[in-house]
Design a binder for this molecule. Sequence first.
Ligand code: CTP
Length: 211
Amino acid sequence: MRFLITAGPTREPLDPVRYLTNRSSGKMGYALAEAAQAAGHEVVLISGPVHLPAPDGVAMVRVEAAREMFEAVQSRIASAEVAIFSAAVADYRPVVRAEQKIKKDAATLILELERTEDILGSARLAFGFKGYLVGFAAETEKLIEHAQDKLARKGCDLVIANDVSQPGIGFDSAENAVTLCLPGGRTQALPQQSKTALARELITFITRHVP
Ligand code: CTP
């Protein structure tokens, strides 16, 4: 099968030397790309800036800002049968990217931010994606409720929910524990384990559920 996977954070520039970003390491997305490739699938990995080597046998597309990730997905998703959105895309970017480095003239500085493109939310309607769609939900409260809501709103077949308020799992950790949220309100918990082991389990689950 052909997989398209997004991974890592995005960087939203403020001026030539600064950007807004988040703590995503890209480990979960890269582990998924490796696991899918090892299971014999074709993988395109669209990655924000991370400190990880490109997995063997995977077609890499490197991007920085949310807008570039959006365009990279838009131009490649039609040929995928499974799309997994594990990137921690910035939800907002500075309205203005200053041409020159911003100087510390004022005592306070107010940044005006605007929404970035919702890539997962564009998959079904805007991109017309008909394949198996997987989103992630990183939440600090009401994990299952928020994940089920995301599943329905964005037309996903599966949302992988993780509680990022728990120490030692999720963002920038080697391990993760997740709950799979499926249509019809069904859930399945996968216990804490390395992201590598979890990725193998997730790829097995996904390939069994693709119609
Ligand atoms: N995502 C995306 N493009 C964005 C933001 C998020 O593709 N601009 C994807 C992530 O890769 C992940 C999922 O959407 O698969 C996370 O959804 P998120 O934006 O956190 O959920 P929402 O419910 O839309 O919003 P909120 O931030 O309010 O939770």
